[in-house]
Design a protein around this ligand. Structure first.
Ligand SMILES: [Mn+2]
Length: 360
């Protein structure tokens, strides 16, 4: 009799050991998606997923793909964009048959998921009065605060879509052709075709997996098509071009109230024309956005250089301190400067030396 109990006990232990083993395996396939249940989704309420103002391809595509992922996990989400899309993003969405999300300009009282930003300056109006359920990003942590615990995933990788990609993998959601295409395009866009210094090992793994899934056969010519679309500003006013990829930065984070626009060209003629057009508009931009200084980074994507135009009190001194003196009315730098990784840190450093008002 004792022996029977012994055998039974042993069998039970084996079963327990097996079940705990399969528990471990399921960690990788999204066992812990219950963490999302703990968020306050509201009954029957739609949560909006949105990127930063002046949306670029990563801002729009991270919102679309993350909203898709949340819906696949059973949460009612819809993607939104914070303004008109640039021609590159339009081309990408069209290519993969995805509709352009509706524009949302006020988040007051809404349930929100912020992608590709966590800084209120870069968010639509009312984000400080919204219920922010999640932040999915790859920038320095910004000023958004929440009253309830949130789900936050911020990684030092090439694009926010790289972060979204890790969530697809972790929660076991299949990546179809369209989602693969959007995430890959955002990665190519944010990393200048995998050449920028922000490109991480994770980005390269993602690139290898998503390229065949997306059905893109010639990555080089696809990227060229994206770059061409980005640099085509036909029919746009100086103001529309200046604000198509523009960000404000606060004095408390960089030392002065500044605004930085990024524009792209593909040849010297367009470069000269954009330099002049941006210079003409910059005094208006300074007034409109109530900035102390405004800058325009004009990037030649074919020949790999960046011209910096500046406007405002002390702007010339600041930019010369950061990037070297110039005898022209702009400063030329080798390579395609990243606003986030090259320009802002250098300006921050220059302003810190000049004003000593920085707190970090
Ligand atoms: Mn991004």
């Amino acid at each position: 009799m004792k022996k029977v109990f012994y055998v039974f006990g042993l069998a039970l232990m084996v079963i327990l050991a097996f079940s705990s083993c399969s528990d471990n395996e399921s960690v990788e396939t999204g066992k812990f998606k219950w963490v999302f249940d703990a968020l306050d989704w509201g009954k029957g309420t739609t949560t909006y997923v949105i990127g930063h103002k002046s949306p670029d391809t990563d801002a729009a595509c991270s919102a679309i793909t993350y909203a898709y992922l949340m819906n696949a996990l059973g949460y009612k989400c819809e993607a939104r964009v914070a303004g008109k899309l640039n021609n590159e993003t339009k081309m990408v969405l069209q290519r993969f048959g995805i509709e352009v999300p509706k524009v949302m300009d006020n988040a007051d009282g809404e349930r929100m998921i912020m992608t590709d930003h966590s800084e209120l300056q870069h968010a639509i109006e009312g984000m400080d009065r919204a219920k922010i359920l999640q932040i999915i990003d790859h920038h320095a942590l910004g000023s958004a605060v929440t009253s309830a615990p949130l789900y936050c995933r911020i990684m030092p990788v090439g694009s926010t879509c790289s972060v979204v990609y890790t969530s697809f993998k972790d929660y076991g959601v299949t990546i179809g052709k369209d989602m693969a295409g959007l995430m890959l395009s955002a990665l190519l866009s944010d990393t200048n075709n995998m050449t920028s210094t922000t490109t991480s090992a994770l980005d390269r793994v993602m690139y290898r997996e998503l390229l065949p899934l997306s059905g893109i056969t010639d990555a080089e010519s696809y990227y060229r098509e994206m770059a061409d679309s980005l640099a085509s500003y036909s029919g746009m006013t100086d103001e529309e071009i200046f604000f198509s990829d523009y960000k404000d930065y606060a004095a408390k984070s960089v030392g002065k109230e500044i605004g930085v626009a990024v524009v792209n060209s593909l040849d010297e003629a367009a470069q000269v024309s954009l330099r002049n057009r941006m210079a003409t508009f910059m005094p208006t931009a300074l007034e409109k956005k109530k900035r102390e200084m405004v800058f325009a980074m004009i990037i030649n994507k074919r020949d790999n250089y960046t011209d910096i135009k500046y406007y405002g009190d002390g702007a010339k001194e600041t930019v010369e301190k950061a990037f070297g003196k110039s005898d022209k009315d702009y400063i030329r730098c080798e390579g395609q400067l990243s606003r986030k990784n090259d320009f802002i840190p250098a300006i921050n450093k220059a302003l810190a030396g000049m004003t000593n008002t920085l707190d970090n």
